[in-house]
Design a protein around this ligand. Structure first.
Ligand code: NDP
Length: 453
């Protein structure tokens, strides 16, 4: 680690105590940017990175609501407006009991670079609440979403800040949030993305993160003259990103064999087919059940419950070619990375945000596998949100093919940026440097142009 990064991190840790995920995200980017600062000291003089690290604005608010039993509940709501140098703040809302300021700051920070890579004019933001939607009735979810939006509506708008979904926030929640925004503002605008198709949503938005991640993996494989055909794939999670990752792996001839939720994972040696995926989609999106039920239905699969005592995740300990972590942050530790490499995995495309620890990332980079970090590999979701915003502004919807083609082209462009920039800065094949530097340069130049604001 260079002296510059050491000093920067000491300052970040002192100013932002007890935010380990935020420290982790900043450290990874700062390491890559050391290469840029050697050639472009003007960015250091202008303290561009130091400014990006400090959110432009943080909004923290009380979310009081009344549950089905008439009891008053209080949650905490957040919106981090991280950087608006290249466009309105853009990034998802996460509803999960693990949500803290530090988690949302890491996500907002990552989002700045990711959004820049998409080529679309979007700044970075993130928000959410420590509310746990799991097992709650639709009525409770609606009441909570309305209470959350009753404060958030003051701070967002189609040209200011455009939230979307993330963990725990899917189509149902976006619907309730949009309804409340519209009522309070008396305006029908493209203020949220991930909307329903009948009221301003875009075709392919639900599929986009998973599809985009697989397109990115296919591009990486292409650099070695290979395709996904016949490749055995480990996928974690079973939510939005995981589901459409599995669907696109199947479309491109790969064989997905795992899925998980926070209670455990399934391994299906025969492969997860389209039919089995339809069962999972119904289980997770309609019946809102647990992944364990998969083995009751399909006898080719085995279920392994999560064991917090283990220092590795057995999901990542199967023979395979590719891994698509699609659940949550830090789900691949150093031990998991070692297991993946030992089992023959040579493609890792991150659907989730920062699913690999710094130790795990180092092992992937040392092994010179095709490792696509989340800010590049999962950028298809926010890119398609950007396409939803464009359609909302035009008041004209595009066809499925049109949006899918644009998504594919954007993923190809992000891949090319990563490859070109990594090579230009002397680290060919290093997608981490490619994504961090590629995302940074556009934001940094915009900030230089706009002065110290
Ligand atoms: P969903 O809520 O739809 O699904 C999340 C999945 O991950 C569920 O299977 C959930 O299991 C599992 N999970 C969540 N937290 C944990 C945990 N702490 N330990 C183990 N499993 C966990 O979310 P998404 O699919 O939308 O998001 C998944 C990841 O992708 C996140 O990192 C998100 O930030 C990232 N992402 C999402 C985008 C999008 O467009 N939705 C865009 C870009 C990135 P359970 O149900 O048991 O909690």
């Amino acid at each position: 680690m260079s002296q510059y990064v050491k000093d920067l991190m000491a300052d970040v840790k002192a100013k932002n105590p007890a935010q380990p995920e935020f420290h982790q995200a900043v450290e990874e980017v700062a390491e890559s940017l050391s290469l840029v600062f050697e050639r472009h000291p003007e960015y250091r003089t202008a303290k561009i990175l130091e400014r990006i690290i400090e959110p432009e604005r943080i909004i923290v608010f009380r979310v009081p609501w009344v549950d089905d039993q008439g009891e008053v509940q209080i949650n905490r709501g957040y919106r981090i407006e991280m950087n608006s140098a290249i466009g309105p703040y853009k990034g998802g809302l996460r509803f999960h009991p693990s949500v803290t300021l530090g988690i949302l700051k890491f996500l907002a920070f990552e989002q700045v670079f990711k959004n820049s890579l998409t080529t679309l004019p979007m700044g970075g933001g993130k928000g959410g609440s420590d509310f746990d939607p799991k097992g709650k009735s639709d009525l409770k979810i609606m009441r909570f979403c309305q209470a959350f939006m009753s404060e958030l509506f003051r701070h967002i708008g189609p040209d200011t800040d455009v939230p979307a979904g993330d963990i725990g926030v899917g189509g149902r929640e976006i619907g309730y949030l949009f309804g409340q925004y519209k009522k309070l503002r008396n305006e029908f605008t493209g203020v949220l993305t991930g909307k329903g198709l009948n009221w301003g949503g875009s075709l392919i938005r639900p599929e986009a993160t998973g599809y985009g991640c697989v397109y990115f993996a296919a591009e990486m494989l292409g650099t070695r003259g290979q395709t996904l055909e016949g490749k055995k794939c480990l996928v974690s999670g079973s939510g939005n990103v995981a589901q459409y990752t599995v669907e696109k792996i199947l479309d491109l001839g790969g064989k997905p064999v795992t899925l998980s939720d926070s209670n455990g994972y399934i391994y299906d040696e025969a492969g997860i087919t389209k039919e089995k995926l339809a069962f999972v989609m119904d289980l997770k999106n309609v019946r809102r059940g647990r992944i364990e039920e998969y083995v009751g239905k399909f006898k080719t699969a085995v279920y392994t419950p999560t064991d917090p005592k283990l220092d590795y995740n057995p999901l990542w300990n199967h023979k395979a070619d590719c891994a698509f972590p699609s659940a949550t942050q830090n789900e691949i530790t150093g031990n998991d990375a070692t297991n993946l490499l030992r089992n023959g995995v040579f493609v890792v495309a991150e659907g989730a945000n920062m699913p690999t620890t710094i130790d795990g990332v180092k092992r992937f980079l040392d092994a010179r596998i095709l490792y696509g970090p989340g800010k590049a590999a999962n950028a298809g979701g926010v890119a398609t949100s950007g396409l939803e915003m464009a359609q909302n502004s035009m008041r004209l919807p595009w066809s499925r093919e049109e949006v899918d083609n644009r998504l594919r082209m954007i993923m190809q462009s992000i891949h090319k940026t990563c490859v070109d920039v990594a090579a230009r800065f002397g680290t060919p094949g290093n997608y981490v440097n490619g994504a961090n530097i590629g995302g940074f340069l556009k934001v940094a130049d915009a900030m230089m142009d706009q002065g110290v604001v």
